[in-house]
Design a protein around this ligand. Sequence first.
Ligand code: GLN
Length: 538
Amino acid sequence: MASSTKYIFVTGGVTSSLGKGIVASSLGTLLQARGYRVTIQKFDPYINIDPGTLNPYEHGECYVTDDGAETDLDLGHYERFLNRPTSQANNVTTGRVYQSVIDKERRGDFLGKTVQVIPHITDEIKHRMQLLGQSGDYDIVITEIGGTVGDIEALPYIEAVRQLRWEHEGHCVCIHLTLIPYLRVTGELKTKPTQHSVKTLQENGVQPDILVCRSEYALDASVREKLALFCNVTPNAVIESLDAKSIYEVPMKLHEQDMDAVVLSKLGLSAEIKPDMRDWQDFVDRVMEPKSQVEIGLIGKYVELHDSYKSITESMIHAGARNEVKVNVRWIHSEALSVDNAGESLKGLDAVLVAPGFGSRGFEGKIEAVRIAREQGIPFLGICFGMQAAVIEYSRNVLQLKGANSSEVEPDCAQPVIGLMSEQKQVTNMGGTMRLGACDCVLSEGSRAKEIYGKDSISERHRHRYEFNNAYLEDLASAGMQASGINPQTGLVEIIEVSDHPWFLAVQFHPEYQSTVVNPHPLFVAFVRAAKTYNTTK
Ligand code: GLN
């Protein structure tokens, strides 16, 4: 460990889903606002190599980085809060750790030794925990450990943290995020579950330096003292984290309790420069006090679990703040949409967003949603599978190609307007083999896309196997659907738009992965603005 780099570890106790990612991101934001160079990484104890093969119902959205890593959705929070890209190195799973160790074993690198969890697996974890720190690009590396302390699969990670703290005393801080439940019957906040989870950490040799306590009610002095006493932390290191209306309020809530200064002092770093959070606060004010509201329909097949579309809903919050409008999302299950009811289900919406996805379930419903938006002049944004649905709808209902479809859902369709990319034809392994990460796209003169971006060339992130079939490019263009963004290297269509419509645009890439608090994505800003305009004129 380069001694100049400081390490912060964030663990979770009592239950999962307490928001470790938000706390890590909020702390990172404060430290960055004090002038420190910060990155955040996530270590997930599950065995999958990455979340790319996981169903969104399992862990929510799969987030994609510029360099094409399929990662946990918390990396989306890291980027949105810090406004810095993450990479392959920022998300590590047990699967990946074991894969490297087993590869080394097969190469003979261990020279006949017995390969064991300790030291070989823990060494690999420690190596990866320090990789970004050793790059020299960061003063502080925050590592979030997925899962909850006490999980069998998390043990090697906790052991790695124990060893690192021992080897680099004074350069590491451990933050434990925990839940303080409220017992309604007795009207009390209870500290016992936290005491137990801290004990579990201590049994594994890790003493937390700071407790962040999620709670529905404020912690009074006696609760704080009790926690400090029983958990061996200083009273100023007991930080409360009350349920917030917006996740973007959390940095200021932590700062009000001096958490960033406490962390810096425990790391031996200066807290002299105060964080400049004026722009951030301005953004939060806009989120909390919108001047008007719009309702946007999000059409997808995983709508029961809102986390499946995390980056999209966050992008709409960023764009809403920029437009001083609150975006209310109407979650619409694409499986429930049909020719007969789509008009009714979409009634009253100010805009329609057809979401990404895979496979045939609910796909016809997405196509119906596009039809309603197109026919009724409702602002429409299609993303990835949503763009492919838009191309199919236009082909079927405007070009009158009644057999138009994607070969993903109907391999032998009469008009495959969306087909498998040639580079995908030999692919047999599903993990990490899609077209992934950032690619260039050139915008055509006079298009809505170019007007929105205000430049000729852009770079956006991808995650797909199928593509717009260029054999239909000219027919679609003469029928009114233009390709306004093309990949300069491959000729792949990245953006389509319909000019004879108030706002109809769809993209093969995922703009939602690049929207941040500081830089709301231009497409979302323009889309929400179109919703606002439609709301006042409809
Ligand atoms: N299923 C489509 C494809 O693979 C779209 C993927 C997506 O929406 N991310 O091309």
